[in-house]
Design a protein around this ligand. Structure first.
Ligand code: ARG
Ligand code: ZN
Length: 473
């Protein structure tokens, strides 16, 4: 599902590759190859042009002993141009592709492109069904020098940003094209498979257990997750009525495991707290999982947050839980249109940590913002990263998080609590299940505050220098 086209780069590329005229069915005039990228300024080859996915249906099996992932993913999509061929983003070895049930030619290209050439040209506007059958060892497949599939002693986990889908399902891999998901994964009896949304069914036959997960709300590809291995599940419901499903590896060291539970089991409470600022929780399930990995990050995988145990080695940590749950509104329900707007995700998740700190009496947003401002002298390279356009290499730089959250407190001090609190709630309400840009956020802030904020945004998001004054000072 795509609300609007990104930059016209994708369209331009597609037209530039128009083939010589050939016999084409009615409605397929001007058909050509879909662009190999969706038009993202930071990642020109990520996502693809020419079609728009509405649903992913994954039917997979995973064997932990050999780290082998096999099966078929079927995409339902609509052609946004006449297509003689189109790309998917994928990295595992493919054995068969069909388009509308007919075998299609396919070839790997570049780092993660799978070029599909259907037997017949697809007219613009047509709904198409693309089935890709594959089998591979995801931990052994490197792209750009890395793999986003984390091997664990008893299985594997797919979680990374912005690239994680390539190692487990073919997709239009960009948050501008969100879709719903069925994820049906068979694992050896005794193992569990975790994914997003609701667990619709779990059944065991012939030594294999089939876990069927469904995400009924639009979801960006990088927010889809899969974890296989041993997990202990917990089920609860928040006071506000949100169902919570968490999962923990039983193999974490006991202190880390206890800290993880003490933190992640507060998911329902924190969801309800954040709902007070951002509006009703947007999904039908909430929760997280803590697998036996050594990663240094957490990820706001939709409804089912990925937490590295690293966050819980020193004690309970509800900051990270508040951060990832805030992303369910800022990032997941309302997703980026382009990766350069990452501040809309990380600035707000960082600010939510400060709101939660206030609730926990460990500091106010004003104090915590002031501490960031004071901690970095004007000469600190910290100020050379623009939170509103940090560059692909600095997408997850501290400045995006800390200077980004500081900018939000500065905005609060500039427009006042009344307009600010209305804005915090209006943005995820108005763009629910869709996408948004910083420019649209700025326009909403101006509308709600009645103030021209052009100079404010330039200073706080788009200047490579420390702002001269802190508004709340
Ligand atoms: N969005 C994640 C967070 O909540 C950032 C993860 C980035 N790190 C990574 N290794 N992909 O902060
Ligand atoms: Zn984050």
């Amino acid at each position: 599902m795509r609300k609007r086209l990104l930059a016209s780069a994708a369209a331009v590329a597609a037209f530039g590759l128009l083939p010589a005229l050939s016999a084409t069915p009615a409605g397929a005039a001007n058909a050509g190859p879909g662009a190999p990228g969706i038009g993202d300024p930071y990642y020109p080859t990520y996502g693809n042009g020419g079609y728009d996915v509405s649903h992913y249906d994954l039917r997979l099996s995973y064997q932990p002993a050999t780290d082998t992932l096999s099966g078929t993913t079927t995409l339902t999509a609509r052609a946004t141009q006449g297509l003689t061929s189109f790309d998917l983003d994928f990295a595992l070895p493919v054995s068969r592709v069909t388009v509308d049930g007919r075998p299609a030619a396919f070839a790997a290209s570049g780092e993660q492109e799978l070029v599909v050439t259907p037997a017949r040209t697809i007219p613009r506007g047509r709904t198409l069904t693309v089935a890709v059958t594959y089998s591979g060892v995801p931990s052994s497949v490197q792209r750009y020098g890395f793999t986003s599939w984390m091997r664990t002693p008893d299985g594997g986990v797919a979680a990374n940003e912005p690239e994680s889908a390539w190692w487990w399902f073919p997709s239009n891999d960009h948050p501008a094209d969100k879709a719903t998901y069925d994820v049906d994964v068979k694992v050896p009896q005794g193992d569990q498979a975790i994914s997003n949304g609701l667990l619709l069914s779990q059944s065991t036959r012939g030594g294999w257990t089939d876990f069927h997960w469904r995400q009924e709300r639009p979801q960006a590809t990088y927010l889809a997750t899969l974890a296989v291995g041993h997990f202990d599940f917990t089920h609860a419901r928040s006071a506000g009525g949100v169902p919570v499903l968490n999962a923990y590896s039983p193999d974490l060291d006991p202190a880390t495991a206890a800290n993880a539970r003490a933190s992640v089991e507060r998911t329902g409470e924190i969801v309800d707290f954040l709902s007070g600022y951002f509006g009703p929780y947007p999904f039908d399930s909430a929760g997280g999982y803590v697998p036996n990995v050594t990663a240094g990050f957490a990820l706001e995988t939709q409804t089912r947050v990925f937490y590295s145990p690293k966050f819980f080695t020193k004690g309970p940590n509800t900051s990270v839980v508040a951060h990832e749950l805030a992303h369910q509104w800022y990032g997941d329900s309302v997703s980026l249109e382009r990766w350069s707007d990452i501040w809309l995700n990380e600035g707000f998740a960082g600010y939510a940590e400060w709101l939660w700190a206030e609730h926990e009496h460990t500091g106010t947003p004003q104090e915590l913002a002031r501490a960031v401002y004071d901690a970095h002298p004007a000469s600190d390279p910290f100020w050379t990263v623009k939170p509103g356009d940090p560059g692909a290499a600095n997408q997850f730089d501290d400045a995006v998080y800390d200077r980004g959250a500081l900018a939000i407190q500065a905005l609060r001090d500039t427009i006042g609590d009344h307009a600010f609190l209305a804005l915090l709630r209006a943005w995820p309400t108005q763009h629910r299940y869709g996408n948004g840009t910083i420019a649209e956020f700025e326009a909403l802030a101006e509308r709600l505050s009645g103030k021209d904020l052009g100079a404010f945004f330039t200073t706080w998001l788009y200047t490579t220098a420390k702002p001269a004054t802190f508004p709340g000072a």
